[in-house]
Design a protein around this ligand. Structure first.
Ligand SMILES: Nc1ncnc2c1ncn2[C@@H]1O[C@H](COP(=O)(O)OP(=O)(O)O)[C@@H](O)[C@H]1O
Ligand SMILES: [Mg+2]
Length: 282
């Protein structure tokens, strides 16, 4: 069974969760037993966020006590309606949105609100949804940018990345601006992998691609994960995302609505009705 944390259709902040929906799960402030289960499970995580409150403007919180963890080697998916705060969560983890309460820890060390370039050095890779490559630069130059903090590692990391994505080596002198959407996404992921991240954050890597290319992106994401990189992936293609991820979170109005394995979420009638039906397709 997946774990309803609070009624995602109901009012958000600190309403006591109603009994029918708060019997299990992670992330509900009112649900102590299950929150402590979440905290226990998160103990050895590569990356964990606890009770994050964050937003763009003072006084307007987009994340309302959001929890997340990613274990070593895990592929974690985050789905949820448009505007739920999925991108905000990734940006907060990566130091791009100010966290006013809560903590982010990388291998146990607190990194809350640290600068993105510092987080890159410490082992977090981030691929934003858009503008994630330098169009005027070649593939090789884009990959160099990925490792600008440690240029000596270029050859070694170029080898790793192009083993995963041989096309990047074949076209290393081609400008990124002339690549197809799918190739560009591959390059963006490759660039983020150049610093050998412990955990890779991907924001909607399949967005805007043809169905065939979308499929390829999911296959590639799995491949990256199989190569030993822990991945946290936000996806609008919710069903496909849950199919490939080990564990998923449903984010709604800035808080965890459900969390369970990908398979459990796919087969949960409530999740299907609210987030995987036609209304939730966006
Ligand atoms: N740069 C920004 N400045 C102010 N508000 C923003 C900004 N980006 C997103 N928001 C708001 O934050 C909320 C969550 O957005 P976002 O995290 O992009 O959602 P999702 O990725 O789940 O679609 C939305 O209400 C959106 O309008
Ligand atoms: Mg988004």
């Amino acid at each position: 069974m997946s774990s309803p944390v609070s009624d995602p259709t109901g009012p958000v902040p600190s309403d006591p969760p109603d009994e029918s929906t708060a019997t299990a799960g992670a992330g509900s402030a009112g649900d102590t037993a299950h929150r402590s289960a979440h905290l226990r499970a998160a103990e050895a995580a590569v990356l964990r966020a606890d009770a994050l409150i964050a937003g763009y403007v003072p006084g307007v919180d987009i994340l309302n006590s959001c929890d997340l963890y990613c274990q070593e080697g895990e592929l974690v998916g985050i789905i949820g309606p448009n505007g739920a705060g999925k991108s905000t969560l990734l940006k907060a983890l990566f130091g791009l949105v100010r966290i006013s309460q809560g903590t982010v820890r990388l291998r146990g060390a607190e990194v809350t609100n640290q600068r993105a370039d510092v987080l890159v050095r410490k082992g977090i890779g981030f691929v934003p949804q858009t503008n994630n490559v330098f169009g005027a630069l070649t593939i090789a130059e884009n990959l160099e940018m990925g490792v600008y903090q440690e240029p000596k590692r270029f050859d070694e990391r170029f080898g790793f990345v192009t083993e995963l994505f041989p096309r990047l080596a074949e076209r290393r002198n081609q400008r990124a601006g002339s690549l197809s959407g799918g190739e560009r996404q591959m390059l963006a992921m490759g660039r983020a992998l150049m610093m050998e991240p412990s955990v890779l954050l991907l924001d909607e890597p399949s967005a805007g691609l043809s169905p065939a290319m979308q499929d390829e992106v999911f296959v590639q994401t799995r491949k990256i994960n199989k190569a030993g990189v822990s991945v946290v992936m936000v996806e609008q293609n919710a069903r496909r995302c849950l199919q490939i991820c080990d564990r998923g979170y449903v984010l709604d109005q800035g808080a965890n609505a459900y969390t369970a394995t990908g398979q459990e979420l796919i087969h949960d009638p409530k999740v299907t009705e609210l987030y995987l039906g036609t209304l939730a397709k966006a």
